[in-house]
Design a protein around this ligand. Structure first.
Ligand code: XMP
Length: 525
């Protein structure tokens, strides 16, 4: 295991991802975690991340007491990046000062000694790297040597081979450091002697073993399927481990897309053989939403209805089995786990603070179910890779994200008014199908239509009309936190708008949303 101690740099998770891309298992925990939390993970390499602090700041985050002794006594390799390097220098007896010459952005560095970190280079080799630091190491602890310098003569890389401490003043993990990956690779494989071999097949085997050890032979497990990638892969994995002692529920809340229920049920049953009960709760959800226009109120109502539907399913199951289910499967991903406790000063906040997000299957309070979260150490692309091994159809794994509250956040205002949901379903289907036909579905993070609660005047077949307006939204994004609007070709937009107005009754105007996030959010409510 390569363990990353996070001191708040915006690039920390990138280090984890880069290392995993080398088929090496890597985890990231808060840089101020206890010594026990670190020793429990039994890492062979520890990387101290960068961070926004100065090591001289009053509450500058640091590794715990006893860390250096632990690392040395176990023969663990330790690499500090940027702030991490400064921590090593300062805590091992060197000196760090506010730099006379601050170094930000692209810089050239030169290899001073072709050993250790640069053992694959020649002395005098130059490379461009990404620096971003104010403080600098001015005196190294005993036994340390400088192995690379910046153009201005500053320390760019240090090491103490005997004590296995290494440091890079720049960020090797970002693409602005073109040779950074090569340096990381050389460090991990050649200096630390790490062997690659972490594959999704291993993850699968290990998770199945964990689940089998955890769930007793008489115990039952429930899972709410949303139709999304995460809950589907999680359920498929658990099903592989315990078979039909898994009981899934899919809720049709009346807020699903065109033929969504039929489509996902077909995948669940025909392709994945999952034991799924489809509960039709549309009437219940829609009657509770009648007349409600406030977006947050809508979300709260939907969250509450999900829980009570789920609760009823669990109680029915209890009657049938003659015993309570013991576990609940959730498709929690790694970013949800790490984002929920970012280090202080990192400027990172939990991703779900702007809108109250109700993921399907919120936990009924009195059920006291234990959680199974088989994906909680994986990033989204890793979940897709796992899904592939589990034979989840490729088309399903590539689906755009869909919000838990469904079309309720895409019909602005009262979702039960007139035939808004029906109109939206038809428009959305035409839009998505056209995107698929144009071969651009996979280049878009998310695309959908929005129903606007206004009417405008039009002329259709020589008749004056006073009909609905729909908006089209498509964005590109890495993680949904920020997004850019997608620039379609004019012809595509022209064709789609024509098709929509010609085939969806009651729509005479189509507009496109050309705002990015921020300032807008991806969804309209
Ligand atoms: P926003 O609209 O906040 O959306 O920019 C970011 C991403 O989150 C999805 N989203 C939700 N997902 N429950 C969910 O499970 C929700 O309540 C919810 N609201 C937004 C949105 O579709 C986008 O991918």
């Amino acid at each position: 295991l390569v363990l990353i101690l996070d001191y708040g740099s915006q690039y920390t998770h990138l280090i984890t991802r880069r290392i995993r891309s080398l088929s090496i298992f890597s985890l990231c925990i808060n840089g101020t975690s206890s010594l026990k939390a670190i020793t429990d993970l039994n890492p062979s390499v520890i990387i101290l991340s960068g961070g926004p602090h100065s090591v001289h700041a009053p509450n500058a985050p640091c590794f715990p007491d006893g860390f250096v002794e632990y690392v040395e006594s176990r023969g663990i390799y330790c690499l500090g990046i940027c702030y991490g390097l400064q921590l090593i220098v300062q805590r091992l007896g060197g000196e760090v000062r506010v730099g006379e010459k601050q170094e930000y952005g692209r810089m050239e560095i030169e290899v001073d000694k072709a050993v250790g970190l640069f053992g694959n280079k020649n002395t005098g080799d130059k490379q461009v790297v990404w620096m971003s630091h104010g403080d600098e190491a001015v005196k190294l602890p005993e036994g340390f040597e400088v192995v690379a310098r910046s153009q201005q003569g500053g320390v760019a890389a240090v090491e103490n081979k005997k004590r296995r401490f290494y440091g890079l003043q720049y960020h090797p993990e970002v693409t602005h450091t073109p040779e950074g990956m090569e340096t990381l690779k050389h460090f991990l494989f050649n200096v630390c002697g790490v062997t690659a071999g972490w594959t999704m097949e291993d993850v699968l085997d290990e998770e199945i073993k964990v689940i089998n050890d955890m769930v007793g032979p008489e115990e039952h497990v429930i899972c709410a399927l949303s139709g999304g990638v995460d809950s589907t892969v999680a359920a498929t994995l658990v099903h592989k481990a315990i078979g039909d002692r898994l009981h899934c529920v899919f809720v049709d809340n009346g807020l699903l897309r065109y033929k969504e229920r039929e489509r996902v049920m077909e995948t669940f049953e025909r392709d994945l053989h999952l034991p799924v009960t489809c509960v039709d709760a549309a009437e219940q959800f829609l009657s509770e939403l009648k007349g409600v226009v406030d977006p947050e109120k809508k979300r709260k109502i939907i969250g509450k209805e999900f829980i009570s539907t789920f609760d009823a399913f669990a109680h029915d199951l209890e009657q049938k089995l003659g015993k309570k289910p013991s576990y609940l499967v959730q498709g929690t991903l790694y970013p949800d786990v790490i984002e929920s406790c970012p280090p202080p000063g990192s400027g990172r906040t939990h991703s779900h603070t702007i809108k109250s997000h109700h993921n399907v299957g919120g936990l009924p309070k009195d059920m006291k179910l234990k959680l199974i979260e088989p994906l909680k150490l994986l990033f989204k692309d890793e979940v897709r890779a796992l899904g592939k091994i589990l034979n989840v159809p490729e088309g399903f794994l590539k689906r755009h994200p869909f919000p838990g509250p469904g079309l309720a956040v895409r019909v602005l205002g009262d979702v039960t008014e007139g035939n808004a949901l029906d109109v939206l379903r038809q428009v959305d289907e035409i839009f998505i199908q056209s995107i698929k036909d144009a071969g651009i579905y996979d280049s878009i993070w998310q695309a959908f239509a929005v129903f606007l609660p206004i009417r405008s005047v039009g002329v259709q077949g020589d008749q004056r009309t006073h009909s609905h307006v729909v908006a089209l939204r498509a964005v590109t994004s890495q993680d949904g936190m920020t997004a850019d609007w997608y620039n379609f070709e004019h012809k595509f937009l022209d064709d789609v708008a024509r098709k929509i107005c010609n085939s969806v009754r009651g729509v005479n105007r189509v507009v496109q949303d050309i705002t990015s996030k921020p300032p807008s959010t991806i969804e309209w409510e």
